[in-house]
Design a protein around this ligand. Structure first.
Ligand SMILES: [Zn+2]
Ligand SMILES: [Zn+2]
Length: 261
């Protein structure tokens, strides 16, 4: 049977930032593609949000990191430590960590602090680094992954996942206005885009609703999901701000929201 586009399901695990919030956990998105479960970022609180979707850490096949800020990576240490309880036997498959070049150094730094507490048995964890300077791609078992550097940190990359049925999801990570994000998102079914602050609060290295809408319009995406909301976003009509530049289907992310393609 041909694989349909609806074989891709997005669950927003954390629609927030570094700011502690009951409603908005730090950044994380789960994407289910066929039998694979992909995490995009793992900010603090991700494991508990995963449990709310009946997913354990042992079900996760891939973690894709957009960059290394703590609100996107901090759950990696407790996740690996928890994988060792009681003896690593619950992880039956490889955990592949995908990130921009620099991740191996970042992880080596974590190991100088945590040592064996975050080391898994040989063969249980792999690291796949993608270019942080150029567009890059890999054909993996259940999907294809493309990446592009974006405007935030030196290691920052955005990802596009294309399933066997042709459906495509782009995850921006944190970024300022980015031509390479537009190129990566061209004609995507779904763009999950950061929209950190309202238009009047714009800061370098981040997007606002109108800028995210402009990127979505120029890329011709079929649906736009705004996420990564600082508290100011919840006091502003960000939908109206986004509508200045984008008139397609629009979703404002909330934790545990499910979006099927
Ligand atoms: Zn960041
Ligand atoms: Zn962030």
């Amino acid at each position: 049977m041909p694989v349909e586009k609806s074989d891709m399901i997005v669950t927003v695990l954390g629609s927030g930032t570094c700011v502690p919030s009951i409603e908005r956990s730090s950044c994380a998105v789960m994407l289910e593609v066929r039998n694979a479960r992909l995490l995009f970022d793992s900010g603090p609180g991700t494991m508990r949000r995963l449990l709310r979707t009946n997913t354990t850490i042992f079900d996760v096949d891939y973690i894709f990191y957009s960059h290394f800020h703590p609100d996107h990576t901090a759950e990696l240490v407790p996740l690996l430590f928890a994988t060792k309880y009681p003896d690593m036997s619950q992880r039956q498959k490889v955990l592949t960590i995908v990130a921009g070049v620099g991740f191996e150094d970042f992880f080596a730094g974590l190991k100088t602090v945590y040592g064996k507490w975050i080391e898994l048995d040989p063969g249980l964890m792999e690291i796949l680094q993608m270019s942080n300077h150029f567009a890059d791609s890999r054909r993996l078992k259940d999907f294809t992954i493309q990446s592009a550097p974006v405007e935030h940190n030196p290691e920052s990359i955005a990802y596009r996942v294309t399933g066997a049925g042709g459906g495509s999801v782009v995850y921006s990570g944190d970024t300022d206005y980015s031509e390479s994000l537009i190129a990566l998102s061209t004609d995507a079914d779904l763009l999950i885009c950061e929209s950190s602050l309202p238009d009047d609060y714009r800061i370098k290295g981040h997007l606002t609703p109108a800028l995210a809408g402009d990127i979505a319009t120029r890329a011709g995406v079929r649906k736009l999901v705004l996420t990564h909301f600082y508290p100011e976003c919840d006091k502003t009509d960000i939908e109206q701000e986004c509508r200045k530049t984008y008139d397609g289907p629009l979703v404002l992310a909330e934790d545990l929201m499910r979006i099927e393609l």
